[in-house]
Design a binder for this molecule. Structure first.
Ligand code: NIG
Ligand code: FE
Length: 424
């Protein structure tokens, strides 16, 4: 047989292989249809998938090169490696003190308005060295990979000055460079006003100028980030300021993201739709007009229900309405030291079902194919398809729904990242 494809790694023995194959992002009814191959197998070469099909056809289709590795998953379910499309995983220090304040009744906004919140982490992140940030971010990625994540979007936003923002982006790049994960970085210099720019309208305007005229062009030119993001919020940026930041990002060739309508309905979703953003994120308080704007623009709604829970918010994001309107929905951890220290994307997916009302298969698509679209990684990740990275999550159970059902601590057998097997 001469036309067999050559492979150096093969995964066999799956009870079911949820490939999630299909156009990204999936929306409407498509979001709830997971493509599944019963007893499916995967072959890869140099970390990329070269063949996917029923195991019965493996021998006739794939030639293993000498020394090829085989992973027999012995009747377990296999899914794509998960994509965490919204993380703030580079930071210094922690904010356990705020957690206790919030349990005692203070709100996230009250703590931020009093100079705590994000600014507390800015102080510690500015003080941390590049090496320290690289080490802690890398360790965090490794722990998250044990929960099945193989692709990360990582935002800056705890520097709030050129030097510290670039340091954060470089730390993310270095942490991923020595590991088998896919990475997309986002410049979030517009996370909140830096301490130096507070209480003075002129200083505030100068910071927005510096973002638009200095930092965004530099970040794009130096290849430090592929997206720009802005937090539209009473304690962060207004819609007009955010429009300027996004416009500067667009002119610099960056994709656009918006932290939108997290704590109140501030017009963030409307702005994301108007600007043709790749994603709008959070959205607990998005208005009907905002959701329609996202649907019209094809913007992915990245929902972060672990943050909703951790901030003890009453309303979760209106995921059912989003799906009805054809807004593609993704689920991500939002891992960060303040509003969500949760490192588990599977637990976040469970909360996507329990708090937002997604079905099991909608949640799976949200954390794979649609997360990849939101992170700009759909060409390389998010489904088990020829040409993509060989990223897999092997569940320690025979059916994929167990990933959502085993609340709090689903059992994973292994994560495969670019063909490297990490045992859970
Ligand atoms: O996505 N919403 C704004 N930013 C983060 C929180 C960051 C922090 O509290 O440190 C979020 O929830
Ligand atoms: Fe966030």
């Amino acid at each position: 047989m001469t036309d067999r494809v050559r492979a150096d790694f093969v995964v066999r023995g799956a009870s079911e292989l949820a490939t999630c194959a299909g156009p990204a992002p999936a929306r409407g009814a498509e979001q709830g249809r997971v493509a599944v191959l019963p007893r499916g197998a995967v072959a890869a070469r140099e970390g990329k998938i070269v063949w996917v099909g029923p195991e019965d056809a493996l021998a006739a289709s794939v030639e293993l090169v000498p020394g090829a590795r085989r992973l027999d998953v012995e009747g377990r379910a296999v899914l794509p490696g998960l994509v965490d499309a919204h993380t703030h995983l580079v930071w210094g220090g922690d904010r356990a003190d705020e957690f206790e304040k919030r349990l005692a009744g203070a709100t996230y906004s009250e703590i931020a308005a009093a100079g705590g919140g994000i600014l507390g982490t800015v102080k510690k992140t500015r003080a941390a060295s590049l090496d320290e940030l690289t080490a802690s971010a890398g360790a965090r990625m490794d722990r998250m990979a044990r929960w099945g994540v193989t692709s990360f979007e990582v935002k800056s936003g705890y520097g709030l000055c050129a030097e510290a923002e670039y340091k954060m982006l470089e730390a993310a790049r270095r942490a991923a460079a020595t590991r088998p994960y896919a990475l997309a970085t986002t410049f979030l210099g517009a996370h909140t006003m830096p301490p130096e720019a507070r209480g003075d309208a002129a200083a505030r305007a100068r910071y927005v100028d510096a973002l638009c005229d200095e930092m965004i062009p530099h970040v794009a030119e130096a290849g430090l980030a592929r997206f720009v993001d802005v937090f539209v919020d009473a304690n962060a940026f207004g819609v007009e300021e955010a429009r300027r930041v996004l416009d500067a990002g667009r002119r610099a060739g960056l994709g656009l993201k918006v932290h939108a309508d997290q704590l109140a309905s501030d017009g963030g979703a409307e702005l994301a739709g108007e600007m043709g953003a790749v994603s709008a994120e959070h959205l607990e308080h998005a208005s009907e007009a905002g959701l329609k704007a996202l649907a019209a623009a094809g913007t992915v709604a990245v929902l972060l229900p672990a943050a909703t829970l951790f901030l003890r918010m009453k309303e979760a994001a209106p995921a059912r309405r989003m799906i009805e309107l054809g807004v593609p929905v993704a689920l991500s951890t939002d891992v960060n030291p303040g509003s969500c220290p949760c490192e588990s994307l599977p637990v976040t997916m469970q909360l996507g079902c329990l708090l937002c009302g997604l079905t099991v298969d909608e949640a799976i698509v949200a954390a794979t194919l649609n997360g990849a679209a939101a992170a700009g990684l759909a060409e390389v990740a998010g489904s088990v398809e020829v040409g993509k990275r060989c990223d897999l999550l092997v569940l320690d159970a025979a059916e994929r729904r167990q990933l959502l059902y085993q609340f709090g601590a689903p059992r994973l057998f292994a994560t495969v990242a670019a063909g490297h097997v990490l045992t859970a």
